[in-house]
Design a protein around this ligand. Structure first.
Ligand SMILES: *Cc1c(COP(=O)(O)O)cnc(C)c1O
Length: 399
């Protein structure tokens, strides 16, 4: 199958990096569950492979597939999203500084502040939606800017092109964690980023059944360095995981379309709900960066954040009463999830910093799945009604 950049996303999702097995005609890429490859004579390998930490045909197909979806020349896969993030950090040396988005994924924050800080790499948190703040934070020691957009859980949108311009002017590498948007909704490399990072655990995997990460780049130099780190540190994915992800990317476009449709409908529904104080969704005109989101993304994704009227008790009651939305961390699967960041995903963020970010006790995050949207709305309505009954009139809300 010869697929190239001129083919549409849907065609590349299904075919890129893959072709029928020449020896049997098997249409699916085989699971090359092997650690090593025999050699004809010492040092003379049969094909392209000698040892699966260095490279493996199933993984190579996945790496080529993901690279194609991000419009990248190169792709590398890792055993998790944080392993991919760590590989980028290993590009740095002691004394270097990083500007990190102020509400990046908690595990990213922990890796920068508690692991790489010990190696002499200094991290400064910056609100990436404030371009002046980004410029002010730059000095000669800054070698990397790392941002997420949309962010988690407040769904702030950073202007990748603008931050990319600032980074380029100062010779700084810009890495964008594109996990929330996926390559279907956003291609940071085309907007000026140097490296794209994914937790494939989320939408790319899409079925809540694997942990993985990926890095994509157009720079031969960055690729060579990152590939050396991948080989040397060995945080590579298992072969079965690679096969599962190749299966997942074939439906990424279809899943994302439905995630976007369902999330938009639910955001509008909750926006009208008397018990919901505020809905944050980049597709709503009320979102502070709605215009930028429209410019940067053809759709707005499956994540919604709401502020429920009331406090911790009402929020807890809502989470205890959904039947379709499962109360769990993670996101991006076909099934809907609901979680309470202050107690769950963002519990390790100090309370004062949570306040600055707006992660209050009545903030609830939804990962809208691809079930029937009517069933999902009814499930949320039922849970919110239960929360209202529980609250009585003590909190002063409409209930
Ligand atoms: C989950 C997540 C990660 C970390 O990925 P793992 O696969 O859990 O290691 C990084 N960034 C974002 C935005 C995430 O949601």
């Amino acid at each position: 199958m010869h697929v190239n950049d001129s083919h549409d996303f849907a065609t590349r999702a299904i075919h890129a990096g893959q072709s029928p097995d020449p020896s049997t005609g098997a249409i699916m890429t085989p699971i090359y569950q092997t650690s090593t490859f025999v050699q004809k004579s010492p040092g003379k390998i049969v094909g392209e492979y000698d040892y699966s930490r260095a490279a493996n045909p199933t993984r190579a197909a996945l790496e080529a597939n993901l690279a194609s979806l991000e419009g990248a020349r190169h792709g590398l896969c890792f055993s998790s999203g944080v392993a991919a993030t760590g590989a980028v950090l290993h590009l740095l040396s002691s004394g270097d500084r990083v500007l990190l988005g102020d509400d990046v994924y908690g595990g990213t924050n922990r890796l920068f502040h508690r692991v790489f800080a010990q190696l002499g790499i200094e991290t400064t948190l910056v609100d990436m939606t404030d371009l002046d703040a980004v410029k002010r934070a730059i000095d000669d020691r800054v070698k990397l800017i790392w941002l997420e957009t949309p962010t988690n859980p407040t769904l702030k949108i950073a202007d990748i092109e603008a931050v990319g311009g600032i980074a380029k002017a100062h010779g700084i590498v810009l890495a964008v964690d594109n996990t929330f948007a996926t390559p279907y909704l956003q291609n940071p490399l085309a907007l000026g980023a140097d490296i794209v990072c994914h937790s494939t655990t989320k939408y790319i995997g899409g079925h809540s059944d694997s942990i993985g990460g990926a890095l994509l780049t157009n720079s031969d130099e960055l690729h060579q360095k990152l590939k050396f780190i991948q080989l040397s540190e060995g945080a590579v994915p298992g072969i079965m995981e690679c096969f599962l992800l190749l299966r997942s990317t074939k439906t990424l476009h279809v899943r994302m379309q439905r995630h976007c449709e369902n999330a938009m409908a639910i955001a509008e529904h909750l926006d009208r709900h008397p018990m919901v104080e505020r809905v944050i969704y980049p597709g709503l005109a009320s979102h502070p960066q709605h215009e930028l989101a429209k410019k940067q993304m053809p759709g707005f994704g499956g994540m919604i954040t709401i502020y429920l009227k009331g406090g911790l008790e009402e929020s807890r009651t809502m989470l205890e009463n959904t039947k379709l939305f499962a109360c769990a961390e993670s996101l991006g699967g076909v099934e809907s999830l609901i979680e309470h960041p202050a107690i769950m995903t963002h519990a390790s963020v100090p309370a004062e910093h949570r306040k600055v970010l707006g992660i209050d006790d009545n903030l609830i995050r939804l990962s809208v799945g691809i079930e029937s949207v009517d069933d999902l709305k009814a499930d949320l309505d039922h849970a919110i009604a239960a929360a209202t009954r529980a609250c009585g009139s003590a909190c002063g809300c409409a209930g």
